[in-house]
Each structure stands twice: as C-alpha cells, then as structure tokens.
Design a protein around this ligand. Sequence first.
Ligand code: ADP
Ligand code: ADP
Ligand code: MG
Length: 454
Amino acid sequence: MKNKILIANRGEIAVRIIRAAKELGYETVAVYSVADQQSLHVKLADEAVCIGGNKSKESYLNMNNILSAAISTGCNAIHPGYGFLAENSEFVEMVERCNIAFIGPSSKSISLIGDKSAARSLAKANGIPIVEGSDGVISDAQEGLKIAKKIGYPVMIKASSGGGGRGISIVRSDEEFLSAFERTAMEAETSFGDASLYIERFIESPKHIEIQIIADAKGNYVHMFERDCSMQRRNQKMIEEAPSTILNELLRRKIGMAAIKLAKAIHYVNAGTLEFLVDSKGSFYFIEMNTRIQVEHPVTEAITGLDIVKEQIKIAYGKELSFKQRDVKVNGHAIECRINAEDAMHGFMPTPGKITNILFPGGMGVRIDTHIYPGYEVPPFYDSLLAKLIVHAPTRREAIKKMRIALEQFVIEGISTNIEYQYLIMHNPDFIKGQYDTGFIARFNTLVEAENNE
Ligand code: ADP
Ligand code: ADP
Ligand code: MG
C-alpha cells in the first residue's frame, strides 16, 4: 500500500507539507473549505476533498468531516500543520483510534503540556524556571486579584488554551483587574472554547527565545538551537531570526538543555518548540510549548540545512531521526519576515481581496513559502499570512542586506500588505544592532503614526 497523507490545513503550510510529502514519494490529499476552492494547496495535492463551509468551525475545525475525508481517500497519516486542530488532543485521539498516524506528538503528550497552565506546573516540577505567577488556573476574579496583588503589578492574565497571541491581557493596577479578567475570560471562551485563565508577572521588555526540538519514537532527542521571535505586534510574531544576538554559548546550552529535559519528561515524540522569555539580566523563564510545526520553522531549516517537515513525516511512520545532536550545526544567519494581508502603514487593517499581480524576489539564499499567485483572491475568513520570506547568509549583516533587497523586489498588487513596513524595520538602527525586545514594534508604531499624521 502506498503511503498517503491528508493535510488538515490550508495556506502556505499546506503547500509546505505537500512538497515535503512529495519529496518522500508519498501521496497527498488536500482538504478545503468552499472559500478555498481555488487555493494552491488544492491544486498541488494529488487529491482534494471539500470539507465544509467558509467558517473554520464548518471546515478546518470539523473533526468528523476531516476524518471521513482521510478514511474515504485511504490515507494512513494526517499532518495538522499549525493552528486549527494541530494542538487539539481530542482530535488526535480520534485519529489514533482510526489507526491513522498523526504527524505530531501523541494525544497524551498534548494533554499533558498543551494546556499552558499545566505546562507551567510540569516545568516547575522538572526544575525549569517559570515566570512567577498563579499555581494552576484561577477559580474566580477575586482569587485572581489576590494573586495579582501578591505578585505586584503589572501582571498578565493569560488563557490556558490560548495561542496566536490572543487571550492575553496586561493589567497595571487593582482598579483595572476585575474588568480585564472578565474581558479576557470572555475572549478565551469565544476564541478557544475554554475560559480558564492563569496569571504571570509581566516581564518588562523581554526577548522571546524559543528552542526547536525533535524526537523520534526510539528515544532520540535533538535540539536544533534557538529562534529569536521578539519582533512582535500584540504578542504575535512578525519577524523571526536565528541564531539570536543575545545568547552566549553558556546560556544557549542551558536553555537547550532545559528544553530537552522537559520534552523527555513527557516522552515527547515529533517536532515541538519550547518558548522562553529572557530578561535583561539574562535570566530565562519557560512560558509554553507548541506541540506542532511552527510558522517560523524555515529559519531553523536555513541555518541547520535540515528539513524539519520531512523528519516529522518520517518519525510518524516509525523511522529513526536521520541525524544526531552532534550533526546539528549552525551555519550562517537566517531571518524570516511574515508578509501579511494587512495595511501596516494604516493601523494594520486586514486587506482581503483579489491579488492582481505578483513578482517574487529570488536569488541565492532567498526562500518563499506561500500559497498566493496572480489572480488569487485572499478570503476574509482566515489569518492574514500571505507568504513567508526567508533569507540566509553567512552573517547577520549580510542577511539584513539580502532581506532589504528581497523586500524591495517583492511586488504584490491589488491589496495592501506589510512589505513596506518590514522594509522600514530592516533599516532601523536598533534592529540592525540586534537591540530589540518584544516592545519594539509598539514603540516603532508610534513613530510611523506620527509620520503619517504630519
Ligand atoms: P507560531 O507559534 O508558529 O509562531 P502563531 O502563534 O503565529 O505561530 O500561530 C500560528 C497560527 O496558529 C495562527 O493562525 C494562530 O491564530 C493559530 N493558533 C496558534 N495557537 C492556537 C491555538 N491554541 N488555538 C487556535 N489557533 C491557534
Ligand atoms: P501564545 O500562546 O499566544 O503564543 P505566549 O504565552 O507564548 O502566548 O505569549 C505570547 C507573547 O506574549 C510572548 O512571546 C511575549 O511577547 C508575551 N508574553 C507572554 N507572557 C509574558 C509575560 N509574563 N511577560 C511579558 N510578556 C509576555
Ligand atoms: Mg507562544
């Protein structure tokens, strides 16, 4: 029987996975919503199945329809991509029960560490530093208020099931606390179907440093170094790079070892990412684990020369990792810019609509992962990511130069994007020096807005 993979996702990541599967000689099945009928992943896969209406709930979150599609097309594996059902342990359990390989960790691992509050307890029990905060989820607003007082303001209220930067609020005083708590609980309920919240001390101007790990079912664990994802807008990543400019060898080793320790503690198999905040004194704190492929994985692929998605697939089919820790070496520097359908120069309004023309940049060390093409209509129903532009060069300085030229030569007509905004950041003196933290974009926006108002 031929190996056949259903890709339970859309957009650039579905395209990325189809390519990896094809390289391995596996067949692919795409699923799509009505709005995505003309999407590239549908055209590139060997087969495609419509799984429902435009709303994610009706299609990409529709577990029964996705499983039916997998069974009726004879798939023996499902790759979930990121977002949607990627970290849903109920879905993964259903996949397992159907005797289909899930290209990701077991439902058990996900239920152990997928909940962000539970992940904190697990890290703590394994001696990995976490941000000071609540023990577990908070039962009600009054209890939360007491904990916030004890930690001292500012604090962050965070959804246990949160992701993609949503379900997070910063609170600066007792007066703000109760209403922020109610608001965040409501947002968490509507976005994630789970209102549980926990609290963390707000770390001022930290760096977001994450460790890519990968493990096979034979007990081999490897970390693939860090990514610096501190360039964020509203807790959502916009630019990622590797290696980080702020880690020395000792700190790099310490965080890498912490990541492996936690992954081993839950017998994690497949690719995963452990996210940490690093403060100005160089102390690091675990914040969460993403039990899936991440948007920014190409940055790691660029500096290591290893294909993470192909490894993910092979691992799910029971193969051993094709490399050992000693084989993973950092070569040069990589930067990724997320190109989004949003009018970044005017408040980041989403800009769905028809793309009339595109010119992609290219050349040595330039990679584009995307699902867009001339004539493609960006639907208003899903996230705004249009393309990921990744550059790789011997040094950070050269990577920045390459990125500037690539952005300059990247033309998307018909809708507004954030290409010009990314271009501005690539010229910012603090970014060039590597001196930026998670507060950079908020400060930068104040400048852009001031200029717009002149
Ligand atoms: P990454 O962690 O890979 O950098 P993001 O945080 O940008 O990626 O999330 C990637 C996509 O997955 C976004 O569309 C985001 O909304 C979605 N997502 C992430 N976590 C969750 C979650 N827990 N529930 C639902 N969607 C999520
Ligand atoms: P998500 O699940 O949405 O990815 P995270 O817990 O990973 O949420 O946090 C997203 C971002 O929010 C972090 O990268 C960081 O910039 C910011 N953040 C989260 N927790 C804290 C904290 N305790 N102090 C300061 N910033 C934080
Ligand atoms: Mg995160």
